[in-house]
Design a protein around this ligand. Structure first.
Ligand code: FES
Length: 236
């Protein structure tokens, strides 16, 4: 087996193939993400940019938590790397000269750390609610504004996405063969069933929460740029 054929089992070598539309799209996303993280709005009109709150201190961890999420993995393996293809695909991409070797290559092994990144994902959730609470008091008054509702929607979507994680499902329901055989087994089964329902919507939550977090940032940038988009519903 030559050097090239060894190497191609380690990395998704289709990355090197010209696919300029997809990779232009990925490049734009990457630059946009860098701009958002590098130049947050910080604080404006009583709002905290989620990218500026304490989450920014550990942003690489939630970043890799999202990057290794099964919902995205499915998409980038099938559509960017083109390996492995979907199970129903007869050759799983092997016609391109690559064997499917299970989860033994470096990329898959790194992705399997997802279960540990989950803890970072859970740890930062309270900060998004803090940002929401912080926005409710402005200029010494209680105010309920559209921006606060946007922050709350983002926090809820991120919570739904994180708690519907497949690794969290294992945390909640794994390691037990028989729920009715253990003390409080039924209570745990109840939580497991609820999480399973949430889990069945995980892919949608993954994409919606990605959109909401981008939307929050754009909303705050719009405000900071002077756009009259904020609405005050209550003030006292
Ligand atoms: Fe998507 Fe864990 S599988 S966040």
């Amino acid at each position: 087996m030559g050097l090239r054929s060894d190497w191609k089992y380690l990395l998704p070598y289709e990355l090197l193939e010209p696919n300029w539309r997809l990779w232009s799209f990925v490049a734009v996303l990457a630059v946009g993400f860098w701009a958002v993280v590098a130049f947050p709005v910080a604080q404006f009109a009583g709002y905290i940019d989620p990218f500026y709150s304490p989450t920014v201190l550990i942003v690489p961890l939630p970043g890799v938590f999202r990057l290794t999420c099964y919902a995205y993995r499915k998409d980038y393996h099938r559509h960017l790397f083109k390996h492995p293809q979907g199970c129903s695909n007869a050759d799983r991409g092997e016609a391109a000269g690559r064997k499917y070797t299970g989860e033994r290559n470096a990329v898959f092994q790194l992705e399997n750390f997802h279960r540990y990144f989950l803890y970072a994902g859970i740890a930062i959730l309270p900060f998004f609610y803090y940002d929401f609470g912080y926005s409710l008091v402005y200029s010494g008054q209680f105010v309920l504004r559209l921006g606060s509702l946007v922050l709350l929607a983002n926090a809820l979507m991120l919570t739904g996405w994180t708690l519907s994680c497949h690794a969290f499902r294992h945390l909640v329901g794994g390691n037990i063969d028989c729920y009715s055989c253990v003390a409080a087994g039924n209570a745990r089964k109840g939580i497991y069933d609820k999480q399973s329902w949430l889990n069945s919507h995980h892919e949608a939550l993954a994409w919606i929460s990605l959109l909401t977090i981008v939307f929050v940032d754009l909303y705050l940038r719009g405000l900071a740029a002077g756009l009259p988009i904020d609405v005050t519903f209550l003030r006292f």
